[in-house]
Design a protein around this ligand. Structure first.
Ligand code: AMP
Length: 285
């Protein structure tokens, strides 16, 4: 595996691969890799000649009171994991390399951001879309791999790719979980011992909701109340949101029907966890 820290070196290398007609798969990450990231890399490996992964904790997508400084980092471990996953190139720029002067142009996301994390983290998706626009121009990939753990991000990236005509195929990958159901996340290391025992109840609440919908529940408010009550009963976390929308458009539903997402965010002492499920609900005749 080659490690590249400079944008121009990355662009030069990609140009050479492209001239040879090789396909490029790209997995953008913020590092502190876990099996969720590895599953994206494993999906990219057989589908592309060259697999590029990036590690960049992007300051633009963190709010002033969020965890940019304390976001977990371990590049030595990440290098080994990416290399074991047969990544060809690890792009690992520093903040100065990516933003060496104040940005005179940034990307603003207009749709799908007045809900979920877009609402509770204002500006977050503008930061995501801006860094991805840069990374897409640097890596010039054919295929990009994103986890459904961040389902709103998948929907936003889909819009970005279409709106800006990136010739890129977006591949969503299903959420990788611990045996107890907890969605793998770099931030899980910052849960206390007790919170680690409570966190699996997030996914349990979503499964409970899914069962209820399968049994015929059609009212979004009933489902939201069920999840809220379950999380309040089983964890000490503070609910940031519990929401139910159509997916991928993320529009409100008066009745549960069609492709939907149920998404939650819960704040624990030092970390805010998110999770979601998507499902297709048969339309009534
Ligand atoms: P992050 O490093 O948190 O920005 O994540 C980088 C990519 O890995 C994003 O596309 C995430 O959605 C994806 N990802 C993070 N956690 C998981 C998981 N548990 N399962 C699948 N993909 C994940």
């Amino acid at each position: 595996m080659i490690i590249i820290r400079k944008i121009l070196d990355m662009q030069k290398m990609i140009k050479e691969y492209r001239q040879k007609g090789m396909s490029i798969g790209f997995v953008p990450t913020m590092g502190f890799l876990h099996e969720g990231h590895i599953s994206l890399m494993n999906s990219a490996r057989p589908q592309n000649d060259i697999v590029v992964a990036s590690i960049f904790v992007n300051p633009l997508q963190f709010g002033p009171n969020e965890d940019f400084d304390s976001y977990p980092r371990d590049i030595v471990r990440d290098e080994k994991m990416a290399s074991d996953a047969q990544v060809d190139i690890l792009f690992y720029p520093d903040v100065n390399e990516m933003y060496n002067s104040a940005m005179s142009t940034t990307v603003v996301v207009n749709e799908r951001v007045n809900v979920l994390c877009g609402k509770s983290r204002p500006g977050h998706f503008d930061g995501v879309a801006t860094v991805l626009t840069k990374l897409f121009n640097i890596v010039n990939p054919d295929n990009v791999y994103f986890g459904m753990k961040d389902a709103q991000q998948v929907a936003v990236v889909d819009g970005l790719i279409k709106d800006f005509n990136f010739p890129i195929n977006l591949v969503p990958i299903k959420t990788v979980r611990e045996a107890n159901g907890l969605a793998k996340s770099s931030r899980n290391v910052r849960l206390t011992k007790l919170e680690k025992q409570q966190a699996p109840y997030l996914y349990k609440s979503l499964q409970l909701a899914k069962e209820r919908i399968k049994l015929g529940e059609k009212d979004p408010h009933t489902i939201i109340a069920l999840i809220t009550d379950y999380i309040d009963t089983h964890t000490d976390g503070n609910i940031d949101y519990v929401e139910l929308y159509s997916y991928p458009k993320l529009t409100a539903l008066s009745k549960i029907s069609g492709n939907i997402i149920i998404a939650i965010a819960v704040k624990f002492t030092e970390v805010r966890l998110i999770d979601n499920i998507t499902m297709e609900v048969c339309k009534e005749e």
